[in-house]
Design a protein around this ligand. Structure first.
Ligand code: ADP
Length: 643
């Protein structure tokens, strides 16, 4: 079994096309937020430069004020502005240091404001854009991809991008300014000592590089084992009833122990590497510090070899500045690793996001499409042929004609293609050959919203959104007034149970609210369809277990819904459709029989036999019918086990 982990890429197939995703991220989303990028960048640089001032001023104070070794001068500051008295010079120095701290805080704030705004705006825009594009994709996309995979892109990947855009960019600029700024000041103060002090930089860079190389696969392993662990826990919590009734607690505890053990091992492997890295850096940094201290110390004393000093002198103040700086730049260097890591993960995440955004939709609206105009509601299927994957033909050359206001029932064994025939009308998929027209207009030539607005769909899996009963009835007809909502509920035989709910129409339903029974949900979805009042109705008949009384209520509400409306009904219980104007019997994607209930019974074919089965006359069925049913059942089971 495979588990989704960070490294798995559910959109690998479409990802290839997205080259240079980071460039695209910045050009498509960064430019709109350029001012925040500018603020973040400016704040980062200014804050760090001010951070570098105090050690420089301390060195100057030591040399110029306390020891009189060099004149009191500052780069970029005209000499006329500087005090000449030691007291005044000290006050000036203190003032600049205080300003550096105060100004630094202001710039830190600006920096955080800039980067956070940059990251938040982009994550919001990219998430809503991706969601928007995704929900317009065809149904086969949703059939192929798992919900978990899409959730992972919309939440994990977007969050990872946000982290990089905020923390990653922030750290990257801070680090660059820090290292470049310190190196610059050091070279300006004393190039020879600067070379000595900066010696550990390439070594630290190399060690960090090596560390990332070794640790990354280990982190990937940790993430993958944590994925296994979560899947196992989720599966077990879902199956807790089975675990209890089969008395398998011990067995399941062992299984959880196993996957938790895998996670433990993977984590330890990463931890042992990680806890060696920081002491190693500390040693390198320590050696660098000792060397700078040693060379500088002997230099101040005047006993360092001239091949190092080049016969120049080193003051105590400059020496102090160097020591303070040396301590400052070593540690941030260790962060380079995590920045590179963040960058790589953000890159993979944007590739996945753009991959999802770029997935083409197979259902495209003709640019010249006009709105569908329904008058009678006549629907014609003309030689319609369709297959999902070009391999097996699912709908084979089907034609029928339903007059406005009539009802056509589709019956036939499971897998015969009944749902597929109706998905074509809803334009979840396009026909391969032939055409479907409503009042003479090919459904491929009309705008998709106008088509879907004219069609109503009531299925057996009635989905309710989180919200109130009223919201759920008015879903899709958002401007409906209270009276219309109540009328629809009454017509759907739902008004009575709704008024018995704790808060009537305001009762919250869904996970956090009241749980409705299957029969109640069905009546709500019928009310939803009645309110929408579509010209053409598609009914995927309910098979859920409801008692006979509820079934009667549902049937009554459906009768009201289908009255004077072109209706397509998929029926499992033939008793519900025996009054249909036409009954089409499908078998293996073809029309096997058609006619009214009476006519079909007279033919003594598939319909008559199905009717016999439902009437309980199993003993009277011909052997040939039973053989074919068994063959079909074994095929459907094989298909089911393929999934
Ligand atoms: P019915 O509604 O009569 O039970 P369906 O229209 O659901 O039949 O299915 C007809 C055939 O099409 C079945 O063999 C089923 O496995 C196949 N099928 C249904 N949906 C898909 C899909 N999204 N992709 C591929 N094959 C599908």
């Amino acid at each position: 079994m495979s588990h989704p982990s960070d490294e798995d890429d559910p959109f690998e197939d479409i990802r290839e096309k997205t080259d240079n995703p980071m460039k695209r991220l910045f050009s498509e989303y960064g430019t709109a937020n350029a001012r925040f990028f500018g603020l973040g960048f400016f704040g980062s640089v200014a804050a760090r430069l001010l951070d570098l001032l105090p050690p420089l001023l301390l060195g100057l104070a030591i040399d110029a004020i306390f020891r009189n070794d060099r004149p009191f001068t500052l780069p970029l500051v005209p000499q006329g502005l500087l005090p000449t008295e030691p007291n005044g010079q000290l006050v000036f120095t203190l003032g600049v240091i205080a300003f550096a701290f105060f100004g630094g805080s202001v710039f830190h704030w600006i920096r955080n404001y800039g980067w956070n705004s940059f990251a938040q705006n982009i994550q919001h825009a990219i998430r809503t854009d991706t969601y928007d594009k995704m929900q317009r994709l065809n149904m086969d996309f949703f059939a192929e991809k798992q919900t978990g995979e899409m959730m992972s892109v919309l939440s994990n990947d977007v969050n990872r991008l946000e982290r990089f855009l905020n923390d990653g960019m922030n750290s990257a600029f801070r680090l660059s300014v820090m290292v470049l700024g310190i190196a610059g000041i050091m070279f300006w103060l004393n190039p020879r000592l600067a070379v000595v002090s900066l010696l550990p930089v390439p070594i630290i860079a190399a060690v960090t590089w090596k560390f990332i190389d070794v640790i990354q696969p280990k982190y990937a392993e940790v993430r993958s084992t944590v994925g296994h662990l979560n899947s196992r826990l989720e599966n077990n919590l879902g199956g807790i009833k089975v675990i209890k009734t089969f008395n398998t607690e011990g067995f399941e505890s062992d299984r959880v122990d196993d996957v938790s053990g895998e996670y433990y091992d993977a984590n330890w492997d990463a931890i042992t590497t990680r806890i060696k890295f920081f002491p190693a850096l500390r040693v390198i940094a320590g050696i660098g510090f000792v060397i700078t201290f040693g060379v500088g110390g002997f230099w101040v004393l005047g006993v360092a070899p001239t091949w190092i000093t080049g016969s120049e002198s080193l003051t105590v103040g400059t020496f102090t500045t160097f020591i303070l700086y040396t301590q400052r730049f070593i540690w941030p260097m260790a962060q380079f690793g995590s920045i590179i890591n963040m960058y790589q993960r953000a890159r993979a995440s944007s590739a996945r996001l753009f991959g999802l955004m770029d997935t083409p939709s197979r259902i495209v609206e003709d640019p010249a499409a006009e709105d569908l105009v329904v008058e009678d509601g006549e629907v014609v299927y003309d030689d319609v042929t369709f297959s999902y994957d070009d391999e097996e033909i699912i709908v084979d050359d089907i034609s029928f004609d339903v007059d406005g206001g009539e009802t056509l029932a589709l019956v036939g064994p499971t897998g015969a293609g009944k749902s597929t025939v109706l998905k074509l009308l809803l334009r979840m998929y396009d026909v391969d050959e032939g055409s479907i027209t409503i009042d003479g207009q090919d459904i491929r030539d009309v705008t998709i919203p106008s088509l879907r607005q004219s069609l109503g769909y009531v299925s057996q899996d009635t989905f309710m959104f989180y919200g109130t009963v009223r919201d759920n009835i008015a879903y899709g007809t958002f401007d409906a007034d209270e009276d219309a909502i109540r009328e629809a509920a009454k017509a759907a035989e739902a008004h009575e149970f709704i008024t018995n709910l704790p808060e009537g129409y305001d009762t919250e339903i869904g996970e956090r609210g009241v749980k409705l029974s299957g029969g109640q949900r069905q009546r709500l979805s019928i009310a939803r369809a009645i309110l929408k009042d579509p010209e053409v109705l598609v009914l995927d008949e309910a098979t859920s277990d409801v008692d006979t009384e509820t079934e009667m209520l549902i049937q009554r509400s459906i009768d009201k819904l289908t009255e004077d409306r072109t209706t397509f009904a998929i029926a499992h219980r033939l008793s519900t459709i025996k009054d249909a104007d036409q009954i089409v019997v499908l078998e293996d994607g073809r029309i096997a029989e058609r006619g009214s209930h009476e006519e079909l019974l007279g033919e003594d074919g598939l319909y008559a036999h199905l009717w016999g089965v439902q009437a309980g006359e199993i003993d009277e069925l011909p052997q040939e019918f039973i053989d074919r049913a068994a063959k079909r059942a074994s095929r459907t089971e094989a298909e089911a086990s393929d999934d």
